[in-house]
Write a protein that binds this ligand. Structure first.
Ligand code: C2E
Ligand code: CA
Ligand code: CA
Length: 405
C-alpha cells in the first residue's frame, strides 16, 4: 500500500476537472488518479489508500449512485465530493443516498463556483482536526468495545449550545468519545451501532450517564449554564430501572430534572412502543426535557411530534450545512423552525460551521446554535476557557452590522 495523500477524480476529464486536479496538487495530494466507471474506482480503492473521491454527476445519476453503493459495500473510509453541472436537487438526492449508506459526503460543487468552493472544502479538510475523529472508520471488535466500556476508555465530551439572540450559553450536549490507545479516536457513529447490535448499549448508556453527571455537576452548579443534554437511543429506553437511575444521579449531583434534556435518536424501529412511550412520558412528568434529535432524517419525523411529549426540535446538520447552497434545505429549515415554534418547542440548529449560516438562522428566528462555529465538542475542563473566547467572539459578531438579533 502506498502512503501518500491520494485522490480519485471520477468522470470525463473536462477543463473544470483539470482545474480541480491542479487545486488538489496544491493541497498536497501527491497521487491523483482518474476513473470512468465503478469497476475502475473499486480497483483503484483496492490498490491505493484513497483519501478523497471527486465524483462528477455528468457520468449520469444511476452510475453515480451505483458507485456510491459499491463504495459503501467495501467500507470506503475517505471523503467524497460531488460535482454537478446544473441540477442541484438531483445532486442533493445522490448525496443523501451516500449519507444513508454511511459514506462521508463532504459537499456538492456546482460548475459556477467550482474553483472557489473546492479551495474552501480542501482547506476545511486540512484544518478540521475533529473531522477525522468524527468521520473516519476503524475496524473495532465487540471485545474491544466491551473492554473500553469496562475500563473507562469511553468518556463524555461536551459541546456548547448558545442563544442566537443573546449569545448566552444555554446548554451543553454530552457526546461519547472513545480514545483507543492504538487506533486513536473512534467515532460514536461506529461504536454506538456496534453496541446496539451486540447487546452492549445498556452497559454503555448507564456508564455514560454516570460519567456525564460526575463531570457536569461542578459547572452545572456554577450558574454558568442552564441545561445539560444527554443522548439516548430508543433501545436504551428499555433498560430496566432507567428512570430511577437517572433520578438518583440528579439527586446526588444536585441538578434538578428541569435542567436535563434527553435527545432521543431513533436508530431503528422502536421494539416495545408502549413501554418506550411510558418511559418518555414519565420522564416528562418528572420535568426532564425531551428533544427530537436529527429532525427531518430517517426515522425522526413529523409523526413522532404528534405522539411524543417533546420540548425541543433539533435540526440535523445535513440541512444546516447546506442552508446557503440548497433552496430545498433552506425551505426545510425555515419550515421546521416555524413548526417547532407553533408547537411550543425550542428549535436547535446543529452543525453551524460559519458566520453566514449563523446569520441566516438568526434571521429565521432559530433559538439555539450548536456547531463548530460556536464551539467544538471538548473535554469538560476546557469549557470555562471556551466560554471566555465565545463571549468575545459574540461581541464582535454583534458589533458587525449584519447581525439580526
Ligand atoms: P448527534 O446527537 O446528532 O450529535 C451531533 C454530532 O454532530 C456530533 O457528532 C458532533 O460532534 C457533530 N457536530 C457538532 N457540530 C458540528 C459542526 O458544526 N459540523 C459537523 N460536521 N459536525 C458537528 P459525534 O460526536 O460524532 O456523534 C455522532 C452521533 O453519535 C450523535 O449524533 C449521537 O447520535 C451519537 N452519540 C454520541 N454520543 C452518544 C451517547 O452517549 N449515547 C448515544 N445513544 N448516542 C450518542
Ligand atoms: Ca444529539
Ligand atoms: Ca444529528
Amino acid at each position: 500500500m502506498l502512503q501518500s495523500k491520494c485522490a480519485i477524480i471520477v468522470g470525463e476529464i473536462t477543463p473544470d476537472l483539470k482545474l480541480i486536479e491542479y487545486q488538489l496538487s496544491n493541497f498536497g495530494y501527491e497521487i491523483i488518479l482518474e476513473a470512468k466507471s465503478s469497476c475502475e474506482v473499486l480497483m483503484l480503492c483496492n490498490r491505493y489508500n484513497v483519501d478523497l473521491i471527486i465524483l462528477s454527476l455528468a457520468i449520469q445519476e444511476m452510475n453515480a449512485i451505483s458507485i456510491l453503493r459499491q463504495l459503501s459495500i467495501i467500507r470506503y473510509i475517505g471523503v467524497i465530493i460531488l460535482i454537478t453541472g446544473s441540477d442541484e436537487n438531483l445532486a442533493v438526492n445522490v448525496e443523501r443516498s451516500g449519507i444513508s449508506w454511511g459514506l462521508c459526503m463532504l459537499g456538492i460543487l456546482t460548475k459556477s463556483t467550482l474553483t472557489v468552493d473546492i479551495k474552501k472544502i480542501l482547506q476545511n479538510i486540512s484544518q478540521k482536526p475533529y473531522l477525522k475523529i468524527v468521520e473516519r472508520k476503524t475496524c473495532i471488535s465487540v471485545d474491544e468495545l466491551c473492554y473500553a466500556i469496562d475500563n473507562d476508555f469511553i468518556i463524555p465530551w461536551f459541546q456548547p449550545k448558545v442563544s442566537f439572540k443573546t449569545g448566552e450559553w444555554l446548554g451543553t450536549e454530552a457526546l461519547a468519545r472513545w480514545y483507543h490507545t492504538e487506533k486513536g479516536f473512534i467515532a460514536p457513529s461506529e461504536f454506538i451501532l456496534l453496541a446496539e447490535e451486540n447487546g452492549l448499549i445498556n452497559k454503555l448508556t448507564v456508564n455514560m450517564i454516570y460519567k456525564v453527571f460526575k463531570s457536569a455537576h461542578t459547572w452545572m452548579n456554577s450558574d454558568l449554564i442552564d441545561n445539560l443534554s444527554i443522548n439516548l437511543s430508543t433501545q436504551s429506553l428499555l433498560i430496566p430501572g432507567l428512570l430511577d437511575l437517572i433520578l438518583s444521579c440528579c439527586q446526588q449531583s444536585r441538578i434538578s430534572p428541569q435542567r436535563i434534556t434527553f435527545e432521543i435518536t431513533e436508530s431503528g424501529l422502536i421494539r416495545d412502543v408502549e413501554h418506550s412511550l411510558e418511559v418518555l412520558s414519565n420522564m416528562r412528568l418528572h420535568g426532564f426535557g425531551l428533544s427530537i434529535d436529527d429532525f427531518g432524517t430517517g426515522y425522526s419525523s413529523i409523526q413522532q411530534l404528534t405522539i411524543l411529549p417533546f420540548t425541543e426540535l433539533k435540526l440535523d446538520k445535513y440541512f444546516i450545512s447546506r442552508l446557503n447552497q440548497s433552496v430545498s434545505c433552506r425551505a426545510i429549515v425555515k419550515y421546521s423552525i416555524n413548526l417547532a415554534h407553533q408547537l411550543g418547542l425550542k428549535s436547535v440548529a446543529e452543525g453551524v460551521e460559519n458566520e453566514d449560516t449563523w446569520r441566516t438562522l438568526a434571521e429565521f428566528g432559530c433559538d439555539m446554535c450548536q456547531g463548530y462555529f460556536t464551539g467544538y465538542p471538548m473535554p469538560s475542563h476546557e469549557l470555562g476557557h471556551w466560554h471566555k473566547k465565545w463571549e468575545n467572539k459574540f461581541c464582535n459578531l454583534k458589533n458587525t452590522k449584519h447581525l439580526i438579533i
